[in-house]
Design a protein around this ligand. Structure first.
Ligand SMILES: Cc1ncc(COP(=O)(O)O)c(C=O)c1O
Length: 507
């Protein structure tokens, strides 16, 4: 029996083994009654743990393909289902991964879905999800808007709508952006199924496999995943407290001529950094000089807790280089799945073609509800309320960190957005800390998921938006207790750091 493992692959080793044996059985290379090698022997031959082979065999057994008998070992089963061998083969389900495109192979990071699933665990305090608090969804307003709409428009709310989106909502957004000095007519605006769709459309329209794109050194993982799935070569530019380091950006632009620069200038996810005005201007100057479009992702700028409103890159852009993306997910509710983009007309037409293939158009009812909500002035009132509440939650998290943090933990003090970005004491690996924190029922997002390449293992993101001030204090207390224990016992610390610590204890 010929089985190999590929240690570079993202597919877990046990699955690689399982899939190959499965394939050998389904293609009749291994006949019913064939005795599989003992687990220990196969593990030694492949250089893997015995438990890896045990897991592979266990899954094959669960699929009914093999059976273990005490004393006789593990044997390939007779697979019922057909008279003749040939027909039997045809009636077996396909091994789906053999049919996948190479693009599918680049879409194998379940992190976002995992975080979304974590919300459901009630006994755990989650600082992992950076979205509005459930108690702030404007349920009563939505309820009366929906019943009003039903009376007024009835079945029309369940019809198809234009691909670019509900016209009154695009018109509203044009006026809303004009107040923020962004010049875009309804014809430049496309309503999206969340700004995530805007990232995907940009990837589809701009990126050929092998094309370069530039991102910030740590950034929204959904963007990294979309660009990676499109086959982009991703170049990360370091940031400091003023945002993207434009001197490094200049070198990257000169050397790699990327298709676009993806940036979140205002209250960046995960760092909370707000790019300075000087940097914004410099970034645009470089984009013009190297003729590189800028994809500006701006979900958080309305959520400011101190300081003034920062001008978007789009509002400073005098030469149509900026594609602007924003969303209702952070300022109203993420389940609406509504965002929008503003782009120069030619490009808007091309993005529209891509959207048409994606989903035809966004949900008609959701767009009408949000349009009514905004036009009734409720968005502004809602924003005033949530800014105040999130500011209190941010302050509660900062105060709790001050109270409980062990030495060596550093954190940002964001002026807006949902996230506090932490750097860990030397030697503490965020992934190892997370496993221990989950046991103590508190979660966060480790920093490496925000990095396209290596790095970020000594960082983590804490989101304060979804928990009350009391829960935040308890969650930070638990988090800091786990971290302190890890530092004091040395368990889970990097090997190098532990050795240094052991040495330190000798003197
Ligand atoms: C920077 C950034 N861009 C885009 C998104 C996706 O948002 P949406 O719900 O609008 O798809 C998020 C959500 O976390 C985000 O933080």
């Amino acid at each position: 029996m010929q089985v190999n493992v590929d240690r570079e692959s993202r597919t877990p080793l046990y699955l690689q083994i399982k899939n190959q044996i499965r394939q050998l059985i389904l293609s009749h290379s291994l006949q019913p009654g064939y005795r599989l090698p003992p687990e220990r022997k196969l593990a030694a031959a492949l250089g893997v743990n015995r438990s890896t082979v045990v897991n592979a065999y266990r899954e094959l057994e669960a699929d009914g393909l093999i059976e273990s008998h005490v004393g006789r070992g593990t044997m390939v089963n007779f697979i019922p289902g057909g008279e003749a061998g040939e027909e039997l083969y045809l009636t077996l389900p396909p091994v789906w991964r053999n049919f996948y495109s190479s693009r599918a192979g680049r879409m194998n990071n379940p992190f976002i879905s995992n975080i979304l699933d974590m919300v459901a665990r009630e006994d755990t305090i989650s600082f992992a999800l950076g979205v509005p608090a459930q108690e702030f969804h404007p349920v009563e307003y939505f309820s009366s808007i929906i019943s009003g709409l039903m009376n007024k428009e009835g079945s029309a709310l369940f019809e198809h709508g234009p691909t670019a989106g509900h016209y009154p909502l695009r018109e509203y957004l044009a006026g809303y952006m004009a107040k923020r000095a962004i010049q875009a007519g309804p014809e430049n605006i496309i309503i999206l199924s969340g700004s995530q769709q805007g990232l995907d459309l940009a990837a589809k329209v701009f990126i050929e496999p092998g094309d370069a794109v530039v991102i910030e050194e740590h950034t929204y993982m959904g963007a990294i995943q979309v660009f990676a799935a499109a086959g982009a070569r991703i170049f990360s530019v370091p940031m400091d407290e003023e945002g993207l380091q434009v001197d490094v950006l200049e070198q990257v632009l000169a050397r790699y001529r990327p298709k676009f620069i993806y940036t979140q200038p205002t209250y960046q996810n995960p760092s909370g950094i707000a790019m300075s005005l000087a940097r914004r201007r410099e970034l645009l100057r470089l984009a013009y000089r190297f003729h590189v479009p800028v994809l500006e992702d701006d979900p958080y700028s309305e959520l400011h807790y101190e300081g003034g409103f920062l001008p978007s890159l789009k509002s400073l852009d005098t030469s149509d280089h900026v594609i602007y993306l924003s969303t209702f997910s952070k300022v109203i509710s993420p389940g609406l799945r509504l965002g929008w983009l503003a782009a120069p007309s030619d490009l808007a037409r091309q993005l529209l073609m891509a959207k048409q293939l994606d989903d035809l158009h966004c949900n008609t009812l959701a767009q009408s509800v949000v349009n009514e909500f905004c036009r009734a002035g409720l968005l502004q009132a809602h924003l005033a309320m949530v800014r105040e509440e999130y500011r209190k939650r941010r302050d509660a998290m900062l105060a709790s960190l001050e109270e409980f943090a062990p030495p060596g933990l550093c954190w940002s003090r964001p002026a807006g957005g949902f996230h506090i970005w932490c750097s860990l004491p030397e030697g503490v690996h965020a992934g190892a800390l997370l496993s221990r924190a989950v046991e103590k029922k508190v979660t966060f997002v480790p920093g490496d998921v925000f990095c396209a390449n290596a790095g970020g293992t000594d960082r983590l993101r804490l989101s304060f938006s979804r928990c009350s001030e009391t829960i935040i204090r308890e969650g930070i207390r638990r988090f800091c207790t786990v971290l302190s224990k890890m530092i004091n016992t040395g368990h889970g610390l990097d090997e190098a750091a532990r050795q240094r610590q052991d040495l330190g204890q000798l003197f």
